[in-house]
Ligand binder design. Structure first.
Ligand code: NAD
Length: 378
């Protein structure tokens, strides 16, 4: 793989930046300045109690896309920090998936089990509409396609609707499988996973389909989930072995595939990991960026989460563009080449893979900024 020159403009460590962004006393514009977010919008509807925040991180590549999270936050500041962090993540994910989309996200503060959904989501739709297409929304944690139908009554800038492309998990799982094959290629010289042992944490929507691909490939599976019925299904269908949820990090395997929770690569799990590859679909797998540095020092090949799990975003993009599911599937297959590229750069420049991915994403966004004559933000 030919070498590519990538440049970082960071003047301080990512963890230090993150601490500055998390600082509760920081003013809103201080928080925006840490990662150069473009815009934050607050909207309040006293009649139904809607309190929503939309964050737009970067629109150099296209309109900001990101789902709507409906969650109870202890403080408004917690909600703001979450939406800023998630919006920035979407910029990087879209950039690395090769999509012409920017990064944004919205949070609705409140009880996500409320029955007053029409009023809340119509208010959210008016909020989205006020941004005139700079932000496009879809479902996320705490929301569903039927909630998006209420949003649709007020704005056309919403996808993930009832009767749309539906569950993105099969596409996400296929992209994750291809990304895992790319890791195997770098690690073992062949992208075949036949005979390799893969430990899968979480066999819900994505984990189930990932196990299916791995089983068809001839991999051995060790799985866990807090839901016994889901474990039983993959044990019965794919001949997987199962372990208790707190044992999965320490099993002897070739690959660890986190497909449940975030922050699973942390001080505790690093002490017990016995694999040579970490490649799974979960978001925000590194508890802190320093844990990505530690994986690199331990010689473990890590597929950066937002690169390998971008199949879900690719699925929504296909719906936006009016393309078919076959296109989404093929595009998700390109994750194989992207992971190879990230790992090649990481290897040549002796940097952790998550940093190589960040730099590639930043390079693509800054090229778009230059070609559009926009201020340099990223
Ligand atoms: P899901 O809720 O269907 O599956 C998650 C599974 O993890 C569930 O079966 C749950 O019981 C299990 N789980 C929860 N806590 C656990 C624990 N402590 N130990 C073991 N298992 C546990 O979610 P999903 O859609 O399959 O998504 C899985 C992960 O992938 C999430 O982190 C999600 O953010 C990420 N992701 C999903 C998509 C997608 O298309 N669905 C796209 C990108 C990223």
């Amino acid at each position: 793989m030919p070498s590519e020159r990538i440049v970082t403009r960071r003047v301080t460590t990512p963890d230090a930046l993150q601490r500055a962004a998390d600082e509760p006393a920081a003013e809103v514009f201080d928080k925006l300045s840490v990662y150069h977010h473009e815009q934050v919008s607050y909207w309040f509807d006293p009649e139904c109690g809607y309190r929503g925040i939309i964050a737009i991180h970067n629109t150099a590549l296209g309109p900001a896309l990101g789902g709507t999270r409906f969650w109870h936050y202890d403080t408004d500041d917690d909600a703001l920090r979450d939406v800023l962090r998630l919006a920035r993540g979407m910029t990087y994910k879209a950039a690395m998936a090769g999509l012409d989309l920017g990064g944004g996200k919205s949070v609705v503060i409140g009880d996500h089990c409320t029955k007053k959904r029409e009023a809340i989501f119509r208010a959210h739709g008016r909020h989205v509409e006020s941004l005139a297409g700079r932000y496009i929304t879809a479902e996320d944690v705490g929301t569903s396609p039927s909630d998006m139908e209420w949003v649709r009554k007020e704005t056309s800038h919403v996808f993930g609707l009832v009767g749309g492309f539906g569950d993105p998990s099969p596409v996400t799982a296929f992209g994750t499988f291809r990304g895992m094959q790319a890791c195997a290629k770098v690690r073992y010289g062949s992208d075949s996973l036949t005979g390799k042992t893969v430990a899968v944490q979480g066999v819900g929507h994505v984990g189930y389909y990932l196990c299916k691909h791995l089983h068809e490939e001839g991999a051995k599976l060790i799985v866990t989930d807090i839901d016994d019925d889901k474990v039983k299904r993959v044990v019965d269908e794919f001949g997987a072995a199962s372990v208790a949820p707190d044992e999965i990090h320490g099993v002897a395997a070739d690959v660890f595939a986190p497909c449940a929770l975030g922050a699973v690569i942390n001080d505790d799990t690093l002490k017990v990991l016995k694999v040579s590859i970490v490649a799974g679909a979960a978001n925000n797998q590194l508890h802190r960026e320093r844990h990505g540095d530690a994986l690199n020092e331990m010689g473990i090949t890590y597929a950066p989460d937002y690169v390998i799990n971008s199949g879900g975003l690719i699925n929504v993009n296909a719906e936006i563009e009016g393309w078919n599911l076959e296109w989404a599937h093929d595009k998700a297959g390109e994750i194989y080449d992207t992971i190879l590229r990230v790992l090649a750069i990481a290897g040549e420049q002796k940097i952790p893979s998550y940093r190589a991915a960040d730099h590639l994403a930043e390079q693509r966004v800054s090229q778009a900024e230059r070609s559009r004559g926009l201020p340099h933000r990223i």
